[in-house]
Design a protein around this ligand. Structure first.
Ligand code: ACM
Length: 627
């Protein structure tokens, strides 16, 4: 030791100490490579921010806007190559970075973000924002030390399609709400916003050549209460609830998204899910019966194995040429409004009962030599695909489009598990993975006695565990994946956020980060940092990850209880004696045989001696039902 150069020794010691003191580096989605370096960069009111080339200006300006709001400084991004914060497009593209990757080098003197393309600079800028203190997310100036830990990051996405779908039919969201949602998604490096614009409960996009679609189809009667069990419209009752986007609104949102490197995939859901369109143009169905835009009544019966029956007609008539003329008009305007290559045409959950009884459909089946009425959907999709192609676009549809034979170049969105995705990929189609089991953001996140229950439970840990490329599938066929937010039970944007996060944080990592980088305990630490950033930003999110997972089974005639924490470090306490549980109650350490009798189970989680999860109470009957 005594032969070591004293200054080197001090430097080594000091460097380590500086690293240890630094704020931890916590970015979602986890970058490909993060190497912490000694020291800290400090942003002040005189920090210079430069962009090397014009295409780099957008990311620099976006950073400045965010910084000025949070710091109260009057920073300005200017052309140049000597900024303390420097944005630069690589003059020789770095093949390791692709179109969306970036490098971020932060030293005590300078932060340099480099990329091959502007999108990469935007993502590097988003990582830099996450390196700053949480107050950077605030809408008002805060007084904190605006420090960035020195670090070297190299990053690029695993998949080119990283999406979130928002259903604006079941509940209408104003364009400003949609923009805010897209802004949040872009910060997580999502690049696709799938806009579910039409369904049984409202048609949300103006089609100038078919004005009744929004004059009638965008409006339904006011109803409160649980979706699916509401009262039907009464004769003459005014339909005042709803809304739609004009062409100008759509162009505005498309541009807003494009500014954030987000492509919008519009969805016109046909031939099923078309009740709102039929409310406007009833002549397009088989029965031609006048239907109303549905306010959330029980209009279908489900038999538990995926089969179902519609009690009200909601399908377009595939044997009517007027239907294809209608689709042509709709898709002409949709194609002119959305610059992206894909148009989603739905194809899901189409009930064939009205087709089966329709003489026109029967004649068409005979002409086409089709034995099963289901095969008429293949014919319909093929016709629609031709229209989509004629507008210079590509078709994408839900995995039901596989059932009647998928049109040549159509992409498939696998939602009923990954089976459809595997089949489509093996048949040479491109696939977007969004299975209910991992990616349905409408499912309740925690215990269904705490979170408003819906079709199923999907916990954040489960979303995080998703692997989008199934074994035996050519990874090139998997474009990427999505989370889908259906809004039957989501009446406000605030609640849409609650349902989106933290699962959309988990999925952003599934679709962006290397498979090998996934690590649940590590993600949990970063998710908790993200909670406090969301608090500053005023973004809602669920804390269901702190609630106990409660399961039961039967063993030797006894009702057995199993409890589990979703995140590491939770202590779970319970009572079955009608006392309120706390840290002095029995601590769960393994399966418990519950006594007979009318017991109530109460469960609470603690962390580091403090209650953290919800109190969950279940009666014996509820526990028996869970076996
Ligand atoms: C779907 O969830 N019906 C695609």
């Amino acid at each position: 030791m005594k032969y070591l150069c004293p200054t080197l020794f001090l430097a080594a010691l000091f460097g380590t100490a500086a690293l240890a003191q630094q704020q931890p580096i916590s970015i979602i989605p986890q970058p490909v490579s993060v190497q912490a370096q000694p020291g800290t960069f400090r942003l002040t009111k005189t920090t210079s921010i430069h962009y090397g080339q014009l295409p780099a200006q957008y990311a620099a300006d976006a950073l400045v806007k965010k910084l000025n709001q949070a710091t109260g400084y009057a920073l300005r991004a200017i052309p140049g190559d000597r900024g303390a914060i420097q944005f630069a497009i690589n003059t020789t593209p770095d093949p390791a970075l692709g179109a969306e990757g970036y490098t971020l080098d932060a030293t005590p003197k300078q932060v340099i973000i480099r990329a091959n393309q502007p999108a990469g600079l935007f993502y590097g800028m988003q990582s830099l924002v996450q390196l700053l203190p949480k107050e950077v997310e605030g809408a008002r100036a805060a007084t904190v030390a605006w420090t960035v830990p020195a670090v070297r990051i190299t990053d690029q996405p695993r998949f080119g399609w990283r999406g979130i779908m928002l259903d604006v039919s079941r509940n209408f969201f104003a364009k400003e709400e949609v923009k805010r949602y897209i802004d949040q998604l872009a910060a997580l490096k999502y690049n696709t916003f799938h806009w579910h614009l039409t369904d049984d409960n409202g048609w949300r996009i103006e089609i100038k050549s078919l004005p009744k679609l929004t004059e009638i189809g965008a409006w339904r009667v006011e109803r409160a209460g649980k979706f699916g069990s509401r009262d039907a419209p009464k004769p003459g009752e005014p339909a005042k609830s709803g809304g739609f986007y004009t062409h100008d609104d759509i162009r505005e949102v498309v541009q807003y998204a494009a500014d954030r490197y987000v492509t919008i995939v519009p969805e016109i859901d046909v031939p099923g899910h078309s009740m709102a369109a039929l409310a406007a143009y009833p002549e397009l169905s088989c029965t031609k019966a006048q239907v109303m835009v549905n306010p959330g009544t029980a209009f279908s019966e489900w038999y538990g194995n995926g089969t179902f029956k519609m009690l009200v007609e909601n399908t377009l008539n595939p044997s009517d040429e007027n239907v294809y003329a209608f689709m042509d008009k709709v898709l002409t305007e949709v194609a002119s409004l959305f610059p992206g290559q894909y148009i989603h045409v739905g194809g899901d959950e189409c009930y064939k009962g009205y087709w089966a009884n329709d003489p026109g459909c029967q004649a068409l089946m005979k002409k086409l030599n089709l034995r099963h009425v289901e095969d008429l959907q293949g014919y319909f999709m093929e016709r629609v695909a031709k229209i989509v192609q004629a507008k210079g676009k590509k078709m994408i549809g839900w995995d039901e489009i596989l059932e009647g034979g998928v049109p040549g170049d159509a992409a498939v969105m696998s939602w009923r598990g990954v089976k459809g995705g595997i089949e489509a990929a093996q048949a040479g189609h491109n696939v977007v993975m969004t299975p209910t089991t991992f990616a349905y953001l409408d499912y309740n996140q925690g215990d269904a006695t705490i979170d408003p229950p819906i079709y199923a439970t999907l916990r954040t840990r489960k979303s995080y565990s998703f692997e989008p490329v199934p074994d035996g599938v050519d990874p090139k066929r998997i474009l990427g994946g999505q989370g889908n937010l259906w809004t039957e039970q989501i009446p406000t944007m605030r609640y849409a956020e609650y349902m989106t996060y933290p699962r959309a944080w988990a999925l952003s990592e599934v679709y962006w980060s290397p498979k090998e980088a996934k690590n649940w305990p590590n993600f949990v630490q970063r998710m908790e940092k993200q909670f406090s950033r969301a608090d500053v930003a005023g973004i809602n999110y669920s804390k269901a990850i702190y609630d106990a997972i409660i399961r039961t089974s039967t063993k030797d005639g006894k009702l057995m209880l199993e409890l589990e924490g979703e995140v590491p470090g939770l202590d779970i306490f319970y009572s079955i004696d009608d006392t309120m549980p706390d840290q002095f109650s029995p601590r769960y350490s393994g399966p418990v045989a519950l006594p007979d009798g009318p017991i109530n189970l109460r469960v609470i989680t603690y962390r580091a001696g403090k209650p953290i999860g919800h109190l969950i109470t279940l009666k014996r009957d509820d526990l028996v039902k869970r076996r």
